[in-house]
Structure formats: structure tokens, C-alpha cells
Design a protein around this ligand. Structure first.
Ligand code: ADP
Ligand code: MG
Length: 320
């Protein structure tokens, strides 16, 4: 066996659950259920852009799959299969073992099979493709938001960005707060159960990877409508011992435009309000109404005194 195939066998081959033929042949084989359509998406992580060269390989393995699973959650799809294309500067068995341990921990947590991929030498780059199932016509798209829909958010925003700013030396967090926020940054929890539950509730949805305002703006553009958000209603930083002050523009920007949260932002008709609150209870995941959709295009954020905020930053853009 060649060293390359040995590496694939050792680190990237595991028993599968949802798959007819997995890693090892020229292609994998899968069957999708009757009445289902295949949701397909890919996300790439590049050293220096998405993660630091010295980051922990376990966390990198987890995150590279988790961010892809998050896209399935945002579609209301059930993630099932993934492929992994990886470029490695060198073969480091310890690094690879930790990377695959993190990757498969996430795969196991969300019942996803790794069914194939590619392994080459090059600057550390990880490209994952995810595939999932959704009943035909039930996927939650970005273009479905309606005037007067309420805008909802899961979980809390800004933890990952707080940790990132700390790592970058732009602010200093107390050790316990950093440890807490670093978990959000390195091992995000995609909201799959919520996405599935929203199939019959939400008119539109997106996952927050680049920042709330930037990602919500995708919904607004594709649905050709606008929105008003209430800053005081936006849930932020979940560490109780560290209250952050939204009067401070830096903190406000982290909550409104910080990325890497992987929470879901969705819109739903007013009459679904109670059902959504019940869903929040049954899933033990905070769901908060943060604003509503307007016929006028554009995005307005009301500040803490109800003033209209002057927004300078909406989120991360690779090419801006
Ligand atoms: P080919 O030369 O036909 O492209 P490869 O030698 O690249 O085949 O890959 C052999 C098998 O291992 C294929 O089934 C491929 O999908 C799988 N594979 C390669 N790299 C990875 C990886 N990083 N993760 C999972 N499967 C992989
Ligand atoms: Mg190949």
C-alpha cells in the first residue's frame, strides 16, 4: 500500500451509517430517500484566513465539518454525507490523528458519514463538501422572507468574536471568559435540530458565519424587502460574569457584525410566534425575536435609546 493510501486508510476511513459505498473506490455511492432532495454545499478553510497555523488540529477538524453542517441546518436539511479534500504541507501523524479525531467527533455528533475526498501536498487547506436530505419543496431558502415576518435569532451572538479579538490582542478577556468564548470560536455547534423543526415554520433562514447584519442582508436582497432590528433585543455574550455594554461601539460591532457564531437567523410569520417560543423550550435553545421585515428595502437598526444607529461595519467580506 502506498503511503498516501495508508494515510487515508488510517485517518479518514471509518465505518459508515448512511452509505452504500464509502472511502476506497473511485467514487462513493449513496441512495437518497423517496420524496427527498439532495442539499449540497461546500466550505473551505485556508490557513492564515480562517485559522491560525498553530491552531489545535482537533478543533480544526471539528470546525471544518461543523461550519458545513451549519449550512445544512440553515436550509432545514438533514446532513448525511461529507467529502474532505485536504492539502498538507507535510505528513505529521500526530497532527493528522488529532485532526481526524475532531472531524469524526463532529461527524458522530451529527450522524454524518465521511464518504470520500482527496489528499495532496500543499499549504494547509481544508475543503469539505456536505450533502444532506430535505423533503422536496421543504428547504428553507434565503428568498422566502415576507413583509411583516418576525426576525429571529438562535443562541447568543459575539462570543466567538470576543475570543478572536483576545487572540489578536485587540482586547483582554479574563481567563475564564476567554476559555468559555474560545469554545464558541473553535467548536461551534451547528443548529441542525432547529433547522429541521423550522421546515414548516420559517419563510427564510441563513446561518451567521460572516456577521448578523451581513448575513441578514443576504435574506433582504434575495427576498427584495427590508428590515428593522432592535439592538436591545439582540442576545449577546452568554458568559454571565462578563456583561458587555452595547453603548460601546466596539462591543456593538462584535455583536452586530462579528462572524463565526453559526447561529441561525430566520424569519417567520407573526402567527408562528408562540410555536417558536415553545420550540425554544423543547429544544432548550434560546430563540429571540429581534425585529421585523419591512416593505421598504434597507436595514435599520434601532439603538438602545431608539435612535437609528449609523452602521459602519456589517460583517466579514473576503474581497472588500
Ligand atoms: P483517485 O486517485 O481515484 O482520485 P485517491 O487515491 O485520491 O483516488 O483516493 C482513494 C480513495 O480515498 C477515494 O475513495 C477517495 O474518495 C478517498 N479519499 C482520499 N482522500 C481522502 C480524505 N482526505 N478523506 C476521505 N476520503 C479520502
Ligand atoms: Mg483523488
Amino acid at each position: 500500500m502506498t503511503p498516501e493510501f495508508n494515510l487515508i486508510k488510517q485517518h479518514f476511513t471509518r465505518p459508515t451509517r448512511n452509505t452504500n459505498l464509502g472511502v476506497g473506490d473511485d467514487a462513493a455511492l449513496i441512495s437518497i430517500g423517496t420524496g427527498m432532495e439532495l442539499a449540497v454545499s461546500a466550505d473551505m478553510l485556508v490557513v492564515g484566513t480562517h485559522f491560525f497555523a498553530n491552531c489545535h488540529p482537533y478543533q480544526l477538524g471539528w470546525k471544518s465539518l461543523a461550519v458545513n453542517i451549519s449550512d445544512m441546518a440553515a436550509m432545514g436539511a438533514n446532513p448525511k454525507w461529507a467529502t474532505l479534500a485536504i492539502a498538507l504541507p507535510e505528513v505529521n501523524q500526530v497532527w493528522l490523528a488529532e485532526f481526524s479525531r475532531g472531524f469524526f467527533a463532529c461527524a458522530d455528533a451529527f450522524n454524518v458519514d465521511l464518504i470520500g475526498g482527496d489528499t495532496t501536498r500543499g499549504p494547509l487547506t481544508i475543503s469539505v463538501q456536505i450533502m444532506g436530505e430535505v423533503p422536496i419543496g421543504k428547504a428553507i431558502k434565503r428568498n422566502g422572507a415576507k413583509v411583516n415576518d418576525e426576525i429571529w435569532i438562535s443562541g447568543k451572538l459575539g462570543d466567538a468574536t470576543l475570543a478572536l479579538r483576545h487572540i489578536q490582542g485587540k482586547l483582554i478577556l479574563p481567563e475564564d471568559v476567554f476559555v468559555f468564548c474560545a469554545k464558541a470560536l473553535h467548536t461551534p455547534q451547528p443548529r441542525v435540530a432547529l433547522g429541521l423543526a423550522l421546515q414548516d415554520i420559517a419563510n427564510s433562514a441563513i446561518d451567521i458565519s460572516d456577521g448578523l447584519l451581513a448575513d441578514l442582508d443576504h435574506i433582504l436582497e434575495q427576498s427584495k424587502i427590508g428590515a428593522i432590528l432592535e439592538l436591545k433585543n439582540i442576545p449577546h455574550c452568554s458568559y454571565t460574569g462578563f456583561p458587555i455594554d452595547l453603548h460601546d461601539e466596539n462591543f456593538r460591532t462584535m455583536v452586530l457584525a462579528g462572524g463565526d457564531d453559526y447561529e441561525l437567523c430566520f424569519t417567520a410569520p407573526l402567527e408562528k410566534h408562540t410555536e417558536i417560543l415553545k420550540l425554544s423550550e423543547s429544544t432548550k435553545l434560546p430563540l429571540k425575536c429581534i425585529g421585523h421585515i419591512t416593505a421598504n428595502t434597507g436595514l435599520i437598526v434601532h439603538g438602545l435609546q431608539n435612535e437609528i444607529l449609523d452602521i459602519k461595519e456589517t460583517g466579514f467580506d473576503h474581497f472588500s
